[in-house]
Design a protein. Structure first.
Length: 538
């Protein structure tokens, strides 16, 4: 019989084998050891349930990265509550929609969002508890629940069917809640193993506890916000491995501070989102050679955005023993592919090894064969989400049954090369149709970022009478440089077919990426239209 996993059982098992005086959470100068973590999360779970919150209720997290974020996630696991992430960049109507749509009974929020909470809480009668996290107030509602009690277990019976919601979207549409069961989620992230490193999953909790008890404990630094899947799963992964989760106490990403924390806390795994994190870290390392010791890093793992080869090679010059893992995943589909780069093996940008449970299909459901030159959408089977919460139409559109097998098909277009590796083309929703040709923005963006005067680039399609859509690039110049539009267009021809070369290249000092590195294509489109005078013509 196959063992059934739940994060509530896992964390309670892990707490029995870790050293009580070892740190589990580090945030700035604050350190929470395992004994305090166990006591506080137990108290939180017991007090939430005693307040009228029931198992299966939803708990929403509206905070920046902090120790309380991780604490309350695991308190929710122990109490049998359903995790709901809230994007703190949302404005009032988006917040109301998400919290209402998720049916949240509890909202744990940071004190810096008190004004927003005051504005929206009257519109959310289903919320039973508003718990404010306020480091400056030891008597805050959150601290009261965390410290009140004897720290004993809440004695909740957990289930592999316990749920975790990952809300995604908002900048390009209405937020959607991806429903993962604990069992499927823990299995898809490896169940204590890692298929890319040839480490098999564990058969049950006893084997899992034995394995982590015999292995060095990870020290993970998630640099993106925990409100997004990449940061969230990195934090959860470090804690359920009996290790340490380090977070930065700043609102914006500060590469120097990240490097200081890696050195100070001997971080073994840093989690990033592509070049928006990696490039500033590399620039800081190059600017002050030898000042930051990153020799403790075994792995830098990225997911969610392109990570260019040149930046990877630059980082390896500062620690040649690192493994650089570029994961190809989404909230709806984890494990689509990965590329692994070391000092001895260089991987091209957007080239991934196909996941063992993945296939590529055309829009009409035909399988794309390696080396065919045909493009298609990548699909993954196996451990999948249940679907989108309260959205059957979107569920049916994304989770399809092909030849009797259920797949998640989030909309990423790829080509499959002769050797079975994937070349990522882009997301269908961002695809540009120019003169009848499909062009994926990511490919053009990477071509532009090869230029040493370009720090970042975004590419969009602007409505055009002649072309249908005109490929338009917006680039962020490297510090101290000016961009020559004609010269950069000619440079891009070295990497792109002629029809993919941008018709126009605009310059913007800051492309306004979200803290998780994701682009806001809607605002970039508005900027480009204004620069090109399109709004005035309308």
């Amino acid at each position: 019989m196959t063992y059934a996993w739940s994060y509530g059982d896992i964390i309670e098992g892990v707490e029995t084998i870790v050293q009580p005086d070892q740190p589990v959470l580090i945030h700035g100068e604050r350190q929470v050891n395992w004994d305090a973590f166990t006591r506080r999360t137990n108290n939180l779970a017991r007090n939430l349930l005693a307040s009228g919150v029931a198992q299966g209720d939803k708990i929403a997290f509206y905070m920046r990265n902090c120790s309380e974020y991780s604490e309350s996630i695991f308190a929710g696991f122990k109490a049998g509550l359903v995790h709901v992430n809230v994007n703190y960049r949302y404005i009032d109507h988006e917040l109301v929609y998400l919290i209402d749509n998720s049916d949240a009974s509890v909202v744990v929020y940071g004190a810096d969002f008190q004004h927003q909470v005051d504005e929206i809480r009257g519109q959310l009668p289903k919320v039973k508890q508003w718990l404010v996290v306020d480091d400056s107030n030891p008597d805050s509602a959150y601290e009261d629940m965390a410290e009140r009690g004897d720290g004993s277990s809440p004695y909740v019976t957990h289930s592999p069917d316990d749920l975790l919601f990952l809300y995604t979207g908002g900048t390009t549409g209405i937020p959607k809640g991806v429903m993962w069961s604990h069992d499927d989620l823990f299995r898809v992230v490896g169940a204590g193993g890692n298929r890319w490193l040839d480490i098999p999953p564990c058969a049950d909790l006893d084997e899992y506890l034995e394995r982590i008890g015999n292995n060095p404990k990870p020290v993970n630094l998630p640099l993106p916000p925990l409100m997004h899947g990449t940061g969230l799963l990195a934090a959860i992964g470090a804690i359920v491995a009996g290790g340490t989760c380090v977070t930065l106490p700043t609102k914006q990403f500060e590469p120097e501070l990240a490097l200081e924390n890696i050195s100070r806390h001997k971080v073994t795994i840093a989690t990033i989102v592509g070049d928006s994190f990696a490039r500033p870290m590399l620039e800081a390392l190059d600017a002050k050679p030898g000042e930051h010791d990153i020799s403790s890093l075994d792995i830098i793992a990225s997911s969610g955005a392109m990570w260019t080869k040149e930046v990877k090679k630059g980082l390896l010059k500062h620690n040649e023993n690192m493994l650089l893992i570029d994961g190809f995943s989404s909230s709806e589909a984890i494990g689509l592919g990965a590329s692994l780069m070391t000092k001895d093996e260089t991987i091209e940008v957007a080239s991934f090894k196909l996941g063992e449970n993945c296939k590529v299909f055309t829009e009409d459901g035909a399988e794309v064969l390696p080396g065919s030159g045909q493009s298609g959408m990548i699909a993954v089977k196996g451990f999948l989400p249940i679907g989108y919460y309260k959205d059957q139409e979107k569920t049916d559109d994304t989770f399809k049954v092909i030849n009797g097998v259920r797949y998640s098909i989030p909309g990423d277009w790829v080509q499959v090369e002769d050797d079975g590796t994937l070349t990522l083309l882009g997301r269908d929703s961002n695809c540009i149709n120019t003169a009848g040709e499909k062009v994926f923005p990511e490919e053009v963006e990477e071509a532009l970022k090869h230029h040493d005067k370009v720090d970042d680039a975004l590419v969009i399609g602007i409505k055009d009478d002649q072309w249908g859509q005109s490929i338009t690039a917006i680039v962020q110049p490297a510090t101290g440089y000016e961009i020559d539009e004609l010269g950069l267009r000619e440079f891009s021809r070295q990497h792109l077919a002629p029809y993919k070369v941008p018709k126009r290249i605009l310059v913007k000092d800051d492309l306004g990426r979200a803290p998780n590195g994701k682009a806001d294509y809607a605002s970039i489109t508005a900027f480009a239209e204004a620069e090109l005078g399109i709004q005035e013509q309308n």
